[in-house]
Design a protein around this ligand. Structure first.
Ligand code: ADP
Length: 726
């Protein structure tokens, strides 16, 4: 049934074209309009790659011109391209973006068309009829409001067809009745489809003579060329009917007719698709993040309390704390001994601080390395033994390892902020995308306690802002997840208001509000301290007690503070204000990057230099799963030996290896004149090794445990860059 939607799409795009032509014609608008028409024409000629590029340019211009209608049209063409390329989820993503802008532009006809596109894609591609039918119904309502009789007619056809497809004939009949009473759209396609639908309905009712008559009318139209997808469906449905009444020979003949037509269309499709050979479209980074989070959500918050791992976990946590205290005591003693000599004391203090940093870095490294093994092997177990996917113990193991990792990361982060090592970054980001991503990533948690998350963003806030989005996301994640943890059957609101504008700076006031258990006044100051948890029950294991201390410290980096308002039993609200910059030039740059990522299908050869046997296994599995070839060597010397004889596209290098470490090995590889990209794959904290990595000749660093998608992104990027230069 893959071609059915094309019948509707072709009609929809005629409709679309007429909108495009009726657009205003002042100069910049006319230019954008021209681009959109060009993208549309490329699309219709099956030149998808070009159409995507042109529609992206149109999107840039439309965004700069702040023309919501044009933005919507550009997104629509992008969506349509992906639809044709079979990237259904991506098509839906862009259609929805288009719909959001069409709503902003209040263009009812366009909104209507998008409802239909979404209805088609959900019913006929995703087979999610409920969602699709819902879109069709919205379209029907809107068409009635704006009295678009063409749209009303076709949406009725779609609705009848969709209901019949899922066997709900009685529901579909009302729509078929409408189609029968409005025969003015009498082209061949509609004659075929409406007769076929009547045939299906009569067959359902057991009225076989009538059904036969309708089906005959459907298949016997004058122009029965092989290019008609609808004719093929008529044959198929007729064949089903004939089989049902026992006329097997005729049923077979109709099935053959169906096959002949679909074969012809398939060949046409193939020719068309040939024009996009080699065009491999990846999901964009933002969607990837959402998918990644979706993947993870099912493993979160399993019944951890039952697992014995928690015991291990706390032993390790206590062990870390103990080591902290010992170091601290050592430092104090150390200082006491030497406090007579001021200069020396200063040196010692510096040394102690360095020691502490090194100590934490070592601990984190020591913990991250085995954790990499634990997380990786758990994933492998889950993949290779699907029957274990329901095992509580395995889920708990996965969650615990990830939890322990986040604990180590939290401790490291607090340490870093306290040592003034964190510098805010300036990244361009889309505030509503960021907040929706946070909402999506916490959807599992919100379902757990049956809470709703709602988002309200002041429309005056520019769509793209510049600032440290990662730290902002971290603050929001902590606050929203707390709100969800301490609220049951309630609502968590994320409200963002524009409090003032000063030059380029937009001051955003964030409020995270819940109607949960609330915090007693006596506890309100305490909870921002490290490891403080109020009213914690042992069996109700929910967090590390570090969340709010991190939030407070991160807000300190933004030079701002947090206001807490809470009453026991009524709920809690946290409010803070952060200024972000808005700069149209940077905005343009970021939109330029919303591009189609053209990666190749080539098979690359990767060398893994790693001494830890478990990590060798995990990394090798990940690389081979992506169909790349890989070889593993245990140390730097073997790496140099093998590189003498064999060519590799990229090298993944562990840092901490006996005899010769990763930096030294890299230096020697570079001394041999080998330019192969080298990526450090390490459990060290990135900031701590960046300088040495660069000076030794490495190209990038990936921290273990890593997301495979990230690794492949870096691999592809580095290899293509080397090839371009070479
Ligand atoms: P954690 O959530 O890991 O326990 P936090 O530092 O994030 O640690 O929070 C400290 C404590 O503050 C929590 O244990 C809880 O008692 C209290 N708290 C934080 N947010 C809320 C909230 N939205 N509603 C009620 N209590 C909260």
């Amino acid at each position: 049934m893959i071609f059915r939607s094309r019948f509707f799409l072709s009609w929809l795009f005629l409709n679309f074209l007429s909108f495009a032509l009726s657009a205003q014609s002042n100069l910049p608008t006319a230019k954008i309009d021209k681009l959109i028409l060009e993208a549309l024409s490329d699309f219709r000629e099956a030149n998808f790659e070009k159409s995507l590029i042109v529609s992206r340019a149109a999107l840039n211009h439309s965004t700069i011109a702040k023309n919501d209608y044009f933005i919507s049209r550009s997104y629509n063409i992008i969506g349509a391209n992906y639809n044709e390329l079979g990237e259904i989820d991506k098509a839906i993503f862009f259609y929805k973006k288009s719909l959001a802008y069409a709503k902003k532009a209040k263009n009812d006809s366009f909104i209507n068309m998008l409802y239909n596109n979404l209805g088609n894609i959900y019913c006929f591609e995703k087979k999610q009829y409920k969602v699709g039918i819902d879109y069709y119904k919205r379209s029907l309502q809107l068409s009635s409001e704006i009295k678009d009789s063409t749209q009303i007619y076709f949406t009725n056809v779609n609705l009848a067809w969709s209901y019949f497809d899922i066997g709900e004939f009685n529901k579909g009949y009302a729509y078929l009745n409408f189609v029968n009473n409005n025969k003015k759209f009498g082209d061949d396609d509609t004659v075929i489809v409406s007769n076929m639908l009547n045939g299906m309905y009569s067959s359902y009712k057991g009225n076989n003579d009538k059904a036969n008559e309708y089906f005959q009318r459907a298949i016997n139209i004058k122009d029965n060329s092989l290019e008609r997808p609808d004719l093929s469906y008529a044959h198929l449905e007729y064949s089903k009917f004939l089989a049902k009444i026992g006329k097997h020979n005729e049923a077979y003949a109709n099935l053959l007719a169906y096959n002949r037509i679909t074969q012809q269309i398939y060949n046409d499709e193939k020719l068309k698709k040939a024009s996009v050979a080699g065009l491999n479209l990846e999901l964009d980074e933002y969607k990837r993040q959402i998918d990644k989070i979706e993947d993870e959500k099912d493993s979160q918050y399993q019944s951890l309390k039952k697992s014995r791992i928690i015991v291990v976990l706390f032993v390790i946590t206590s062990f870390i704390l103990l080591l902290f205290i010992i170091t601290l005591i050592k430092n104090i003693r150390f200082k006491k001994k030497h406090n007579l000599e001021l200069l020396k004391a200063k040196e010692i203090a510096e040394e102690a601080s360095l020691l502490k940093t090194q100590f934490i870095s070592t601990i984190s490294h020591e913990l991250r390395t085995p954790l990499y093994g634990v997380v990786g092997i758990t994933n492998m177990l889950l993949e290779e033994h699907k029957e274990l996917s329901t095992s509580q113990h395995l889920s708990s193991l996965k969650f615990s390892a990830r939890y322990l990792l986040s604990l180590v990361n939290d401790l490291l982060q607090i340490n870093k902020i306290e040592e003034n090592k964190v510098v805010l970054e300036t990244l361009t980001f889309n505030i509503s995308d960021e907040v929706s991503m946070i909402k999506n990533s916490l959807s599992f948690l919100s379902q757990k306690n049956n809470n709703k998350i709602s988002i309200r963003i002041d429309p005056e806030i520019p769509e793209y802002l510049i600032g440290d989005k990662l730290r902002l996301a971290q603050i929001l994640m902590n606050l929203v997840s707390n709100a969800l943890k301490f609220t049951n059957d309630g609502e968590v609101e994320i409200i963002i208001n524009l409090s003032k504008v000063e030059g380029k700076f937009y001051f955003l006031e964030f409020q995270i509000k819940d109607n949960g258990v609330g915090i007693a006044v006596v506890d309100q100051a305490k909870i921002f301290e490290k490891f403080v948890q109020v009213g914690r029950k042992d069996e109700d294991y929910q967090g590390t007690g570090l969340g709010l201390s991190i939030v407070k410290r991160l807000l300190g980096l933004f030079n701002t503070s947090i206001i807490l308002q809470s009453n026991i039993g009524e709920g809690t609200s946290f409010t803070f204000t952060i200024p972000f910059e808005s700069d149209p030039v940077k905005t343009k740059q970021i939109i330029d990057e919303i591009q189609v990522d053209l990666t190749s299908d080539e098979v690359f050869k990767i060398l893994i230099v790693e001494d830890n046997v478990i990590n060798q296994l995990v990394t090798k599995k990940i690389i081979e799963k992506n169909n790349y070839i890989c070889k593993v060597v245990d140390d730097g010397f073997r790496a140099l030996q093998i590189l003498d004889n064999e060519y590799f596209d990229l090298i993944l290098m562990d840092i901490n290896m006996p005899v010769m470490n990763g930096f030294e090995t890299t230096k020697r590889i570079r001394q041999l004149g080998i330019k192969t990209p080298i990526v450090a794959l390490t459990a060290f904290d990135k900031d701590e090794i960046t300088d040495e990595a660069i000076s030794s000749g490495m190209n990038d660093i990936i921290i273990k445990p890593f997301e495979p998608v990230k690794l492949f992104k870096i691999i592809n990027y580095l290899i293509s860059e080397t090839k371009n230069v070479g």
